[in-house]
Write a protein that binds this ligand. Structure first.
Ligand SMILES: *Cc1c(COP(=O)(O)O)cnc(C)c1O
Length: 421
């Protein structure tokens, strides 16, 4: 029997909902593999690889593979006053909206938004320290997430690394010595939050406050973007799991000249990077050619503006990350019970522990409640119409309610009932 023509086979797949050229790809691959019947599965695989909403049942609030902080954003096709000053009709600045609100919310003189935290560090080093020295503690030459390695970012930026101290202990004297011995004087002292790991035991590090009067401006890469250690946007005050996570406002108060952080970790906004601090230094970063290459567009800036306005209103409920993190256990338990009841006898309500994730506050967890069913059903859950991402613990599939939006409970119940039936 002759194989079907690529075109005829592709036309049989229209209901998969992909544009014709992608259906042709699926059909061609299937025929080339000598298995025309696999064309539909191939087309469906292409469709499933596209970006789509998923339900995060992992209990990891900032799940890097799921886009870190969940954000809400709706917009029609429209123009925006991205770089237009509506008062004068003249060219305006991209820093007038999200960036200036974030500066206001964190007590910084000025701020600048770029594409991610790594870009923020890169830009600061390139703009303020190219061909000059930057002093960093050996305990802070870290790798964070996929491939953000401080020494490599430093080398790429054109700044020269001056290492001080040891992996576990660095003292103020080490910094003093490095500043005195380096000629010409270092451009910056860089403090990098260790974010995703901890050195415990015989350790010593120098605070930003203790370095503020050393001479060179202190740049602190705080990473997570916790805006204020006192969390005024939460009625219940700072949660225990925040521990001693460095915060933007307090780091600036301690004397950092600039602070860099991500938009989509504890800040709870879209993927972005922020440079905040002294106006004169922020301006030098904004004028550097790299700033043009690293700038986000109006979609990101408007989502970030929403996030910043929520902080200024002290409305943690309007920021999905904080709403999930602050949900009382009792509310989670009620939802878990309703869910388990709907799924039937196979499902059991269990106590579990959620984590902030995103490389923030390693090792710290928040109490949570989940629904567990025997066996590993993670693959089946991922193949649901709205994929559900869950984890397996001691032979059971556990769905943590803390990271599931209450509006998705019905979908989760449906997906779970489907696999246990
Ligand atoms: C996460 C993190 C970064 C990288 O930020 P991205 O937004 O992932 O690029 C840099 N520095 C620190 C300390 C971090 O925690």
């Amino acid at each position: 029997m002759r194989p079907p023509s690529v075109d005829a086979l592709a036309r049989e797949l229209v209901d998969v909902g992909l544009p014709h050229p992608l259906l042709v790809d699926a059909a061609r691959e299937a025929i080339a593999a000598g298995d025309p019947a696999s064309a539909r599965a191939r087309a469906e695989a292409i469709a499933r690889a596209l970006l789509r909403p998923v339900i995060n049942a992992t209990g990891v609030l900032l799940h890097t593979n799921l886009g870190r902080a969940p954000i809400e954003h709706h917009q029609e096709a429209r123009y925006a006053n991205l770089e237009l000053d509506l008062a004068t009709g003249k060219r305006g600045s991209r820093s007038r909206h999200a960036a200036s609100l974030l500066a206001r919310a964190s007590g910084a003189e000025a701020a600048l938004v770029v594409n991610n935290g790594a870009a923020a560090v890169m830009l600061v080093l390139a703009a303020l320290a190219r061909n000059r020295s930057v002093v960093v503690s050996r305990g802070e030459l870290v790798e964070i997430g996929g491939g953000f390695r401080v020494p490599e970012v430093m080398a790429e930026s054109g700044a020269h690394l001056v290492e001080v101290g040891t992996t576990n202990r660095t003292r103020r004297r080490d910094y003093e010595q490095a500043v005195a011995d380096t000629d010409p004087t270092p451009a910056l002292v860089l403090k990098v939050h260790q974010s995703n790991y901890r050195i415990v035991g015989f350790t010593e590090a120098v605070s930003v406050a203790a370095l503020a009067d050393l001479g060179p401006p202190v740049v602190a890469d705080v990473g997570s973007g916790l805006l204020d250690a006192t969390t005024p946007w939460l009625e219940t005050g700072p949660p225990a799991w925040l521990s001693d996570e460095p915060a933007v406002r307090q780091t600036l108060q301690q004397g950092a000249a600039l602070v860099t952080f991500s938009g989509d970790k504890l800040l709870g906004g879209p993927q972005a990077g922020v440079v905040a601090g002294r106006a004169e230094l922020v301006k030098r970063c904004a004028r550097h050619p790299l700033a043009r290459a690293l700038r986000p567009g109006s979609l990101v800036l408007s989502a970030l503006q929403e996030t910043a306005l929520a902080y200024l209103r002290r409305d943690g409920d309007a920021i999905a990350f904080w709403r999930m993190a602050a949900t009382p256990l009792q509310a989670l338990r009620q939802r878990a019970e309703a869910l388990a009841q709907e799924v039937g006898t196979d499902a059991e309500v269990v106590e579990c522990e959620a984590t902030p994730g995103g490389g923030s506050v390693p090792g710290l967890t928040m109490a949570s409640v989940g629904v567990a069913v025997a066996g590993d059903h993670t693959a089946a859950l991922r193949s649901a119409d709205t994929p559900v991402v869950a984890r397996v613990h001691e032979g059971r599939t556990v769905l943590d309610l803390r990271t599931i939006d209450p509006g998705a409970d019905t979908l989760v119940a449906k997906a779970l009932s489907g696999i246990t039936a």
